[in-house]
Design a protein around this ligand. Structure first.
Ligand code: 1CP
Length: 346
């Protein structure tokens, strides 16, 4: 029998001899070979919808570093794009969408377009899978409904999510209809990624930390729980990692109530608290500050040792607390991977 990739073992609750490691945004601007390919390709979305090039970008960090997983190169905002709310990425500005104006705009969204519109993404998954060694797992992903909704309602990035939260407060029924559309599209997208070869799924809820407890329950926990339940039926063997970034003590309820196999921790989560409160119930992933990877040196080394010491005796996946920053020297990534491979705890 073939050995299961270490990432899958850890996500299913095993304590591995060395923790598996992968990094959010491990493909991207900090790699010269990414910048070269990016320059040859029109827009960022053109790259996401070009299977050969997106597969190449996904595989670039795997060729350089001894990582335990590849993450599909795509974006969470392909979902509004597929449902009929076009997305553009402006250089230096981030995503731009025509903000949803009213209930009619929500009703016009079409989750049933996902498979056709995102066919190139599933082709990318197939190409990557064919190019990966058995021990390197392939991670598919989607944004969580709340985080994707913020971009659809604000028309792009936001600091305070005033329009989105205001809509949820004033018209809970209309907002629930929006989340239901995103949820339906997300399910279709996750299932299609699994059919194409994804072995693990991560749900990015980057703006979960912007919500109070009541909104967190209704807009983060409830939709995530429904997605996890539906995926258990569609793909019972595929572990799911949830990343409700910066949600503080609410990580505990998220881990207990959504049904995810693992939670990804942002850098602010105290390690001993995570070990005692979360790790008995789910696997944990994280949580080195990406700025410490950028800085490198002794501070990075001692923080890595501290994370390994605190979390290494339970089911654990080494990662950053958020994505690799573009100015990060690739040699620092190589050193980090080597440190985790040695498994040295302070
Ligand atoms: O060329 C460029 O400048 C594009 C930069 C870029 C990249 C490399 C964007 C635009 N998206 C991505 C890829 C991406 N996005 C991946 C690839 C896999 C990986 O290597 O990890 C993933 C998983 C995402 C997910 C994503 N997109 C999130 C969730 C994770 C997070 O960063 O919090 C979010 C919020 C987005 C939206 C997004 N995509 C890109 C931008 C500039 C933004 C807006 C971010 C913001 O509002 O602050």
């Amino acid at each position: 029998m073939k050995a299961e990739p270490p990432l899958l073992q850890a996500l299913k609750g095993a304590v591995t001899k060395r923790p598996p490691i992968w990094l959010m945004r491990q493909a991207g601007r900090y790699l010269p070979e990414y910048r070269a390919l990016r320059e040859k390709t029109g827009s960022f979305l053109d790259l996401c919808y070009n299977p050969e090039r997106a597969a190449e970008v996904t595989l670039q960090p795997i060729r350089r570093f001894d990582l335990d997983a590849a993450i599909l190169f795509s974006d969470i905002l392909v979902i509004p794009d597929a449902m009929g709310q076009p997305v553009r990425f402006e250089a230096g500005e981030g995503p731009v969408l025509e903000a949803l104006a009213d209930r009619a705009a929500i009703d016009a969204l079409a989750p049933e377009r996902v498979e056709a519109h995102l066919a190139p993404v599933y082709e990318t998954v197939r190409l990557v899978k064919a190019g990966l060694p058995e021990r390197v797992a392939l991670i598919g992903f989607a944004g969580a409904p709340w985080t994707v909704a913020t971009y659809m309602v604000e028309g792009g990035s936001s600091r305070d999510f005033a329009r989105t939260k205001g809509w949820a407060a004033a018209d809970s029924e209309g907002f629930a209809a929006l989340l239901a559309k995103i949820e339906a599209a997300t399910l279709r997208h996750l299932i299609a990624q699994v059919r194409a070869g994804a072995q693990v799924l991560q749900i990015f809820d980057s703006w979960a930390g912007a919500l109070d407890e009541v909104f967190f329950e209704d807009l983060v926990i409830a939709p995530t729980k429904r997605i996890v339940e539906a995926m258990r039926k569609a793909a019972p063997d595929v572990p799911i990692i949830g990343f409700p970034k910066a949600c503080g003590l609410l990580y505990e309820r998220y881990a207990a109530e959504t049904g995810v196999d693992a939670v990804s921790l942002d850098p602010s989560v105290p390690l001993d608290w995570a070990a005692s409160t979360l790790q008995g119930r789910v696997a944990v992933q994280g949580n080195l500050d990406p700025v410490l990877l950028l800085a490198g040196g002794e501070t990075m080394r001692s923080r890595v040792a501290r994370i390994l010491a605190a979390l290494g005796s339970g089911p654990f996946v080494f990662n950053l607390g958020h994505g690799v920053l573009p100015p990060t020297p690739p040699e620092h990534v190589a050193e980090l991977v080597a440190l985790v491979r040695e498994g040295k705890a302070a």
